[in-house]
Design a protein around this ligand. Structure first.
Ligand SMILES: [Zn+2]
Length: 45
């Protein structure tokens, strides 16, 4: 899944992507940048 890495400032394929629910109850996805390992976050199911 394409996610945005704030550290690379580029769109990356997230790895270990897992669905999460935000505090406001909306679905999101969390993953790690395949390049630098930074945790990435993407809003939406
Ligand atoms: Zn990165």
């Amino acid at each position: 899944m394409a996610m945005y890495c704030v550290k690379c400032r580029a769109s990356r394929e997230g790895k270990d992507v897992a669905p999460v629910t935000m505090k406001n109850g909306k679905p999101a996805k969390k993953g790690k940048c395949e390049v630098c390992g930074t945790t990435m976050f993407r809003i939406g199911a």
